[in-house]
Design a protein around this ligand. Sequence first.
Ligand code: MMA
Ligand code: CA
Length: 310
Amino acid sequence: MEENEYSGYWEPPRRRCCCARRGTQLVLVGLLTTVMWAGLLALLLLWHWETEKSLKQLGDAAIQNALQMSQNLEELQAEQKQMKSQDSQLSQNLNELQEDLINVKSQNSELSQNLNTLQEDLVNVKSQGLNEKRAASDSLEKLQEEVAKLWIEILMSKGTACNVCPKDWLHFQQKCYYFGEGSKQWIQAKFTCSDLEGRLVSIHSQKEQDFLMQHINKKESWIGLQDLNMEGEFVWPDGSPVGYSNWSPGEPNNGGQGEDCVMMRGSGQWNDAFCRSYLDAWVCEQLATCDLSAPLASVTPTGPTPKNEP
Ligand code: MMA
Ligand code: CA
């Protein structure tokens, strides 16, 4: 035993000890390696599993998305189809509207043409109406004049005196005359006679002419005769036709700048003169009125009033 201790070299036990440790180490290393590999494998599996799971999720999501997209696409296609049909409908409507617009425009121009025609007709009808009204009022005036004259004749036939004239008017036959003095144009003389409730004189007989001649004092005087409306067509203010006349030789001649108003010369003869000339005299007339205060003779329709027997 001691020998062994002093030789100082004994290898086998030491070798046994190293081999055991190395074995343990190897085992440990093996174990460690195994554990590491197992861990690694587990990690790989885990990674693989996770990846697979993610991939599956991604795949699912992709499928879902694809489905969603195809659904969207279908919807879009349907919308596009609808829009196309709407588009064609709209363009059809637009065409119809354009046609309507053209029709409305043509109708409008037709209507405005009709309106113009109607307005022209209205103007014509109005002027025709005015003319007719004027003609009717002229006829009425004539009739009133005739009625007044007849009435005077009836009253006179019954012994009523129809010789009443206003102050300053002179009576002759069935009319009253006013011999106006003062410088006037024909139209001014006409208005003055109207203001005096008369009119410029109308002359219908030599007797009337003679009566006037006696009173005009040889002054040139305006009388009612005129051809203002139509050259050469002379008209009396009382509406009577021109029967009697007393023209100067060579008159009427419409001389100078146009002569449409008639005056009586100092000689009593007539001359057509320029209406805006100023004459110093003018003659008005009006119908004389009857004195109704005097008693009327009684009326018997069958014959003359029987005389009282003495
Ligand atoms: C002449 C004569 C008439 C005319 C007057 C105008 C004097 O008469 O020509 O006819 O009316 O002149 O002043
Ligand atoms: Ca003349």
